[in-house]
Write a protein that binds this ligand. Structure first.
Ligand code: ADP
Ligand code: MG
Length: 736
C-alpha cells in the first residue's frame, strides 16, 4: 500500500490517540504564572544561586549590555550549574544562530575526569563565557578563505541561560554570539546586538532634547508567527514537503479558503492539543505567548507573544520555532514554517511589531498627551518614516529569501515595494506640519503641538482595516509593524537593518537640529523645522491605498520607488556604497562582512532553488509520470478491447479524447523536465555566485517551475485516484 493510503488509513487512529494522549499533560498546571520561566536562569534565580558579589556583577553586565567579568565567571558558572543540576541537567551547550537559519548546539557534559581519574561534574567560567566550535562547516561567505577556520561563541548575558528539555534529556543552553577568530560575525545575533547599541546611543541623544533623565533606549519586538499544521504520515508521504518544506505539486482542492470559514474559527481538537503542549513548553522557557488563533488558510494558524526587548524576542522566536517543531512530532503532526507551503492559498508571514522604549518607561512611538510628549512622538515617528524611506532597498534585501519570493507580491502579502502606512489622521498631521511651519516658526505653529494626537488613536485603529494589511510597514497606534518578514526568517536580520537605519537617521537628525540651535533657533523650533524637512524628504514612501493593486505598482514606479521582485536582485542592495556607509559608520558590519553575507544569502537562494528543481524532476519521473503512464495503458487497453470486440469508433471517442489529453500532458511535462535539467546544468557552470543565483531564478525557476507544475496538476485531476501516491491538497489541508 502506498504511503498515501497508509496515511489516510491511519489518520483516525493517530488523531484520537494524539488528543487523548496529551490531555493528561495539560491538566497538571492550571496557572501559567506557576510555570513561567521555570527553566530560565532569571535574575531571581541568580539571586538564589549566586553570591552577592557574583549576582551584582552579572546584573551589571546585563544592564550595561557587556560581557561578564572574567574574574566572576567561575562563580557565576558554578551557580548556574548548581541551579541546573537541581533540574536534572547533565549537559550544557552554547546555543547560537548561524547564518544557516536554524539554531546550533554542540553538547558537552558537566562530567569530566580529574587528572587522577576521579570522575566529577564541573562547569567552569571559561566554558560559560566562551567556546570554540569548528566554524568551517557553517556558512561564512568566503571569510574562511582569508581568515582562520575556527570561530568562537561568547555568552551574551542580556539573554539568560535556559534549560531545553527534549525526549532525550535536559540541556543547559547558553545563548551566545558566534564570531570568527579574527572577530567577523558569523551569526545573526552579533550584528543585532551592535545595532541595538547603535540605536540606543542615537536615540538617547535625541530623547535628551525632551527629557534629560533618559539614559537608555531599548528596541522592542513583538512577532506574530504564522504556520501550517499537517498530519505527520501525510507529510512523510510528500517528499517535496520533507525536502523543501513546500509542495512543488498539488492541484487546488475543490474547496480551499474561498468560504473564509477557517479564519478565527474554532481550533481543531488535535491542533489545539498540540498548541497547549508547545505553549506550555514555551512558558517554561520564559516565552510570553499571548495569542493563538486560526489564520486565513485551511490548516493555518498563528501565535504571538507579549513584546519584549528585541534581542530576547529574537531568541524566543527562534527557540519557539524549534520547540514547535519538536512538540509537533510528539503529536504525530508537522509544523510547516515555510512562507508558501501550498500554491493557491495564503502563505505565512511573521509580522515584526517594533518600537522603542526609554528607561523612564516611555514608548517612543506612543502619541503624547501633552505638547512636549507630542513633539517627542512626532520626532521618533517622522524619523522612522525617514529611515524606512532612505534605506528601503536595504530593508527589502533584509527580508529576501527563496521562500519569501513566493509570498511577496502574490496578492496575499505586502508587495515587494517598500512603503509606509500611517493612517488618515497622522497623514493629516504631517500635511499640516508641512504646510504650516514656515521659514519662521510662530505662535500658530506652536499651537500644533497642542493637538491631542493621543486621543486620535481610537480613530487611527478604526482606520486599521484591510488597507493597512496590504502595507509592508504600517503604523498601528503605538508601534510599526514590519509585515513583509517571512515566516521562516530569523527576525534578527530585518531588525538589524531597521535599527541601524533608525540609528543613522536619528544621528543625522541630532546633527541637523543642533546646527539650527547653534544658529540661534529655540530648541522646539529647530526640531519642528527638521521634522518638516524630513516629512518632505520622505513623503514619497507614504502610501494609504491598496498595496495589492496594480495601480500601486504603477504609481510606485512613477514615484521612483524600487519594486524588486526576486531575491538575487534584491540582495544587490546589501553591497552598495550606501549600504557600506550605513553599516560601517554605525559599526555593524565591515566591508568584508557585508560581502560575505551577500554571498551567503545568494548561495542559500540558489541552493534552495536547486533543491526544488531536483525535487520537481524526481517526483515527475518517479511518481507522476509512472502513475500517468499506468493510467495511459489502462486507457489504451480499454480502447483496444473496445475495438477488438467490434464496437464502433463513435462509442469510445471520449476515451480517445482523454487518452489524447493525458498523453499531451505526459509528453509536455516530460520534455519540460528534461529542458529544466539542461538549464540547471548551464546555471551550475557559472562561476560568479550572483550570476548563478540569477540564472537559477530566471532560467530555471521562472521558466520551468510553473510550466512543469501545470501539467503535473492537470495529471493529478485526470489520473485514477488510486494510482496517485502523493497526498492531495484536500487531504493535507483538511484531514487531521
Ligand atoms: P494586532 O497587530 O494583531 O492587532 P496587537 O496590536 O495586540 O495585535 O499586537 C501584536 C503584537 O505587537 C504583539 O506581539 C504585541 O505584544 C506587540 N506590541 C504591542 N506593543 C508593542 C511595542 N510597543 N513594541 C513592540 N511590540 C509591541
Ligand atoms: Mg498584527
Amino acid at each position: 500500500m502506498s504511503l498515501r493510503f497508509q496515511a489516510l488509513r491511519g489518520l483516525t487512529e493517530t488523531s484520537t490517540e494524539a488528543v487523548n494522549g496529551s490531555s493528561h499533560q495539560l491538566n497538571g498546571s492550571a496557572k501559567i504564572t506557576g510555570i513561567f520561566a521555570e527553566n530560565v536562569f532569571t535574575l531571581s534565580k541568580a539571586r538564589q544561586f549566586l553570591s552577592d558579589e557574583a549576582y551584582k556583577s552579572l546584573n551589571n553586565s546585563i544592564k550595561a549590555g557587556q560581557k561578564i567579568d572574567r574574574s566572576m565567571a567561575n562563580q557565576i558558572a558554578h551557580g548556574i550549574r548548581a541551579w541546573s543540576e537541581t533540574k536534572g541537567v547533565t549537559h550544557y551547550t552554547h546555543w547560537f544562530q548561524p547564518l544557516t537559519g536554524t539554531t546550533a548546539e554542540k553538547h558537552d557534559s558537566f562530567f569530566t575526569l580529574k587528572t587522577d581519574g576521579t570522575p566529577i561534574e564541573q562547569f567552569e567560567g571559561d566554558a560559560l563565557i566562551q567556546q570554540e566550535p569548528d566554524a568551517s562547516s557553517f556558512p561564512n561567505g568566503g571569510l574562511r578563505a582569508t581568515f582562520e577556520a575556527r570561530g568562537y561563541t561568547a555568552w551574551d548575558p542580556s539573554s539568560p541561560a535556559f534549560i531545553l528539555e527534549t525526549g532525550f534529556g535536559k540541556t543547559l543552553c547558553i545563548p551566545t554570539i558566534f564570531v570568527s577568530y579574527t572577530g567577523e560575525s558569523l551569526d545573526y545575533k552579533a550584528p543585532l546586538l551592535k545595532a541595538i547599541e547603535a540605536l540606543n546611543s542615537s536615540a538617547v541623544d535625541v530623547c535628551n532634547y525632551f527629557d534629560r533623565n533618559v539614559t537608555k533606549v531599548t528596541a522592542t519586538l513583538g512577532w506574530e508567527q504564522e504556520y501550517f499544521v499537517i498530519d505527520e504520515a501525510m507529510f512523510n508521504a510528500r517528499p517535496d514537503l520533507v525536502m523543501c518544506g513546500r509542495t512543488v505539486y498539488g492541484h487546488n482542492s475543490a474547496k480551499n479558503q474561498q468560504l473564509e470559514d477557517h479564519y478565527f474559527g474554532s481550533i481543531p481538537e488535535r491542533v489545539y492539543a498540540f498548541m497547549r503542549d508547545f505553549e506550555k513548553e514555551a512558558y517554561v522557557l520564559g516565552i510570553p505567548l499571548r495569542t493563538r488563533h486560526n489564520e486565513v488558510a485551511p490548516g493555518q494558524f498563528e501565535c504571538a507573544p507579549i513584546f519584549e526587548e528585541l534581542n530576547l524576542a529574537v531568541d524566543h522566536n527562534t527557540l519557539l520555532m524549534d520547540v514547535m517543531d519538536r512538540v509537533a512530532k510528539r503529536h504525530k503532526l508537522r509544523v510547516l514554517l515555510h512562507e508558501k507551503p501550498f500554491a493557491g492559498i495564503n502563505g505565512s508571514g511573521k509580522h515584526n511589531n517594533w518600537s522603542m522604549a526609554t528607561d523612564t518607561g516611555v514608548n517612543l512611538l506612543s502619541p503624547g498627551k501633552t505638547p512636549k510628549t507630542n513633539l517627542m512622538f512626532l520626532t521618533f515617528f517622522v524619523n522612522t518614516i525617514k529611515a524606512f524611506h532612505d534605506y528601503a532597498d536595504i530593508l527589502r534585501a533584509s527580508i529576501a529569501s527563496a521562500s519569501n519570493d513566493f509570498r511577496l507580491g502574490a496578492n496575499e502579502a505586502p508587495p515587494a515595494i517598500m512603503s509606509v502606512f500611517i493612517g488618515q489622521y497622522l497623514t493629516k498631521v504631517l500635511n499640516d506640519i508641512k504646510q504650516r511651519v514656515g521659514d519662521k516658526f510662530d505662535e500658530q505653529d506652536e499651537s500644533m503641538l497642542k493637538m491631542d494626537i493621543h486621543r486620535s488613536i481610537p480613530e487611527l485603529l478604526m482606520d486599521n482595516t484591510d488597507r493597512n494589511r496590504t502595507s509592508p510597514f504600517a503604523f498601528t497606534g503605538n508601534k510599526f509593524e514590519f509585515r513583509a518578514v517571512g515566516s521562516t526568517a530569523n527576525c534578527a536580520n530585518p531588525m538589524t537593518v531597521l535599527n541601524t537605519a533608525m540609528a543613522a537617521t536619528l544621528k543625522q537628525f541630532k546633527s541637523d537640529v543642533d546646527k539650527l540651535i547653534q544658529k540661534g533657533d529655540k530648541k522646539e523650533i529647530a526640531i519642528m523645522h527638521v521634522i518638516k524637512e524630513y516629512i518632505i524628504a520622505s513623503e514619497n514612501v507614504l502610501f494609504e491605498g491598496n498595496g495589492y493593486s496594480e495601480e500601486w505598482a504603477n504609481e510606485a514606479e512613477q514615484r521612483g520607488l524600487p519594486n524588486v521582485k526576486t531575491t538575487p536582485l534584491a540582495l544587490d542592495a546589501m553591497v552598495t556604497e550606501k549600504a557600506f556607509k550605513l553599516f560601517i559608520d554605525n559599526g555593524i558590519y565591515s566591508h568584508s562582512e557585508l560581502e560575505a553575507r551577500h554571498e551567503i544569502e545568494l548561495e542559500k537562494y540558489l541552493k534552495k532553488v536547486q533543491i526544488e528543481g531536483r525535487m520537481m524532476a524526481e517526483l515527475a519521473t518517479s511518481h507522476i509520470l509512472p502513475a500517468a503512464i499506468r493510467y495511459q495503458n489502462l486507457l489504451i487497453n480499454n480502447i483496444k478491447g473496445l475495438k477488438e470486440i467490434g464496437l464502433e469508433d463513435a462509442n469510445y471517442t471520449s476515451q480517445k479524447e482523454l487518452l489524447q489529453i493525458l498523453s499531451r500532458h505526459i509528453n509536455e511535462m516530460s520534455t519540460s523536465v528534461t529542458a529544466m535539467i539542461e538549464a540547471r546544468k548551464k546555471a551550475n557552470a557559472l562561476e560568479n555566485t550572483r550570476e548563478k543565483a540569477i540564472a537559477y531564478g530566471e532560467e530555471v525557476k521562472e521558466k520551468f517551475f510553473d510550466k512543469i507544475r501545470y501539467h503535473a496538476d492537470k495529471l493529478e485531476l485526470l489520473v485514477d485516484d488510486k494510482e496517485w501516491y502523493l497526498p492531495k491538497y484536500r487531504e493535507l489541508l483538511f484531514m487531521r
